[in-house]
Design a protein around this ligand. Structure first.
Ligand code: PLP
Length: 437
């Protein structure tokens, strides 16, 4: 049942001659799952179309942004209209304040924010701000959480770093990570121990409130509340990295669902409607430390880019208008897909752990002797990645494109409906049999 990918392979060779691995972001190369990555020509709704004319049901949604589905008419029209007025000014526009209002209206902990061009930049800037505000250097993160590719944050970073089995990155001086401590997710005891060992040193605790970058992992009851309590007691800032979960799990993100008020939040992906955007924001007294008001420098030639702002305004306006019902519907579709495949796996005797929340999910392929919970990176890392690779290829051959790594969350969009659920379950039944053989 081989896919015809001749044109994609030609394009891959052309790209490889000039672009390392032929890709501009490593996980796209399919090293973790094997096979050849299709080259995408266009996408619409829930489907991607490649250069050979194959169609795929998309479960990675550009790694998160495409919650309305691809080429949503409101987003495309907004970008088209904005482009006619020029693509960048490097001067302020009304659109920046408009998007800021749409964000702060949904996420009340964000009193002020600033736009940047990626999630990586958003997190880098939030960390700098936390260090300046507290006058401290140490940052605490969690194993398996990815916060972009900046030097200080690649320690035990899940996502592509875990996918490729590398400990962090070459080219990062140990001196730049000496203030970074990575602890076990969902383990408050480790956090207490760290604070006891380094009193008055921790600038911030940063985490994905729901992890997507080790596969989907949910916070255990009390974990986020405990972090909030400890950081407040110790004078450290709590930064929720909602680049993935922001506007994905609810309008107010994971912090709304779990009732946690962070000091700072980082956003990206959905707020840019598929254009390059990030944002960081939070308490006004912290944000007002940014230049030109304060001493913390941060800048960007294309920050607040008018096309990105237009796409973000269109997408967030649609989400505001659709409200909670929209998220309930997405979660229900996701339940049918994720739990439906779990049931088929149980019927076929393929050990699988399904973690899901809202429209994010992961199927972890397990050894039958292993536990049936995945609550931290060590649990995730015991998954059978080769079996996942076989499953991934078998799904792709059947027209379903999952994220090409066991350590990534899959995403469901508003364009995934009953027909897509049915097609996914039928493909998964066959692919699970292939993976089991
Ligand atoms: N933070 C989280 C939670 C992410 O998932 C990502 C990207 O996947 C980032 C930060 C980095 O964002 P970007 O890839 O836009 O730099």
């Amino acid at each position: 049942m081989a896919l015809h990918l001749e044109r994609s392979q030609e394009l891959q060779q052309r790209a490889e001659a000039l672009i390392p691995g032929g890709v501009d972001s490593p996980v796209r190369a399919f090293r973790a799952v094997g096979g050849h990555p299709p080259f995408v020509e266009r996408a619409e709704g829930a489907y991607l179309y490649d250069a050979d004319g194959n169609r795929y049901l998309d479960y990675f949604g550009s790694w998160g942004p495409m919650i309305l589905g691809h080429a949503a008419p409101a987003v495309i029209e907004a970008v088209r209209e904005a482009a006619l007025r020029s693509t960048s000014f490097g001067a302020s526009t009304a659109a920046e304040a408009e998007l800021a209002e749409l964000v702060t209206r949904a996420v009340p902990s964000i009193q002020k924010l600033r736009f940047v061009s990626s999630g990586t930049e958003a997190v880098m800037s939030a960390i700098r701000l936390a260090r300046a505000f507290t006058g401290r250097n140490r940052i605490v993160k969690f194993e398996g959480c990815y916060h972009g590719h900046s030097d200080a944050l690649l320690v035990k970073a899940g996502s592509g770093v875990a996918t490729l089995g590398i400990p962090g990155s070459a080219g990062v001086p140990v001196e730049t990570t000496q203030f970074t401590t990575a602890l076990r997710y969902n383990d408050l005891d480790e956090v207490e121990t760290l604070f006891a060992r380094h009193p008055g040193e921790v600038a911030c605790v940063i985490l994905e409130p729901v992890v997507g970058n080790a596969g989907t992992i949910l916070p255990e009851p009390g974990f986020l509340e405990g972090l909030r309590e400890i950081t407040r007691r110790e004078g450290a800032l709590l930064i929720l990295d909602e680049v993935m979960t922001g506007f994905r799990l609810s309008l107010g993100g994971a912090q709304q669902i779990y009732g946690i008020t962070p000091d700072l939040t980082t956003l990206g992906k959905i707020i840019g409607g598929g254009l390059p955007v990030g944002a960081f924001g939070g308490r006004a007294e912290i944000m007002d430390m940014l230049a030109p008001l304060g001493p913390v420098y941060q800048a960007g030639t294309l920050s607040g880019n008018p096309l990105a702002m237009a796409a973000g305004i269109a997408q967030l306006s649609a989400l505001h208008a659709a409200g909670a019902e929209f998220y309930d519907r997405l979660a229900e579709t996701t339940r049918q897909i994720a739990d439906g495949v779990q049931e088929i796996a149980e019927e076929l005797g393929v050990p699988l752990v399904t973690n899901r929340i809202g429209s994010m999910f992961t199927w972890f392929f397990r050894d039958s002797s292993d536990s049936d919970v995945v609550i931290d990176f060590d649990d995730a890392a015991r998954s059978l990645t080769e079996r996942f690779g076989v499953f991934h290829r078998a799904m792709l051959e059947r027209g379903v494109w999952l994220p090409p790594s066991q350590y990534e969350a899959a995403f469901v969009s508003a364009a995934h409906g009953a027909a897509e659920v049915e097609a996914t379950l039928a493909a998964a039944r066959e692919a699970l049999m292939v993976a089991q053989a």
